[in-house]
Ligand binder design. Structure first.
Ligand SMILES: NC(=O)c1ccc[n+]([C@@H]2O[C@H](COP(=O)([O-])OP(=O)(O)OC[C@H]3O[C@@H](n4cnc5c(N)ncnc54)[C@H](O)[C@@H]3O)[C@@H](O)[C@H]2O)c1
Length: 186
């Protein structure tokens, strides 16, 4: 029987940065990163998705993010709507949260030059990584882990996924689209 035998390999690399007080004016880690990534052909947009538990613990976080990026409008465009999603396993159990992120990617024209940025525990990182990976076959993604577990595991690794009909991480994938990971202590 005639047949074709095909093979391909894809090599991904990413960097893990460690910092604290990420959105303070004195911390240029993020702005330096985006400046290095900037190209003339396309503006980069940032869509933030934030764990509700982090928001409860850090009520000024949204304002800090907005202030930070108003100082850097020359390099990136912050999407004004910051998505807040319930933290914990709920985020991975309810398909509506995948849809919410994918709908925002569509609504705000987040393309493959742009980034989806997740701030939260491992559940939110798993959810956002999955939604970013299935949108346009992989949007650039930044993970900002906020729990001890996620700073040691999902925040520095390459696994993404959500639960399906109560079965853990039934929908999921490895690796793509991670480009940049960060551990942050607020
Ligand atoms: N992808 C991977 O490689 C990997 C590895 C290990 C675990 N996981 C997944 O990670 C999940 C568990 O993650 P987790 O232990 O980080 O917990 P979590 O993400 O489930 O969060 C637990 C609770 O802490 C809250 N929270 C998060 N950050 C906070 C902060 N800074 N201040 C206050 N509250 C905060 C959340 O809102 C939530 O209520 C599981 O779903 C597990 O499957 C994934």
């Amino acid at each position: 029987m005639n047949h074709l035998h095909q093979a391909f390999s894809v090599r991904f690399t990413y960097t893990v940065f460690f910092t604290t007080q990420l959105f303070t004016k004195a911390n240029s880690l993020l702005s330096d990163f985006f400046r290095q990534q900037s190209t003339n052909d396309a503006r980069k947009k940032l869509l933030f998705v934030i764990d509700s538990g982090v928001m409860d613990a850090h009520p000024d976080l949204q304002a800090e993010i907005r202030t930070y990026f108003t100082q850097h409008t020359d390099i990136v465009d912050l999407i004004p709507e910051l998505l807040i999603i319930p933290g914990g396993e709920t985020a991975k159990n309810e398909p509506i949260f995948v849809e919410k992120i994918v709908d925002a990617v569509d609504k705000y024209g987040i393309d493959r030059h742009s980034y989806v940025v997740a701030i939260g525990g491992g559940s939110i990182l798993d959810l956002v990584g999955y939604a970013a990976a299935i949108s346009h076959r992989g949007i650039r993604h930044i993970r900002i882990p906020t729990t001890v577990l996620s700073q040691n595991d999902s925040g520095v690794g390459v696994k993404n996924g959500v639960n399906y009909r109560g079965r853990k991480i039934f929908w999921g994938l490895l690796c793509r689209p991670l480009r940049f990971l960060m551990t942050v202590l607020f």
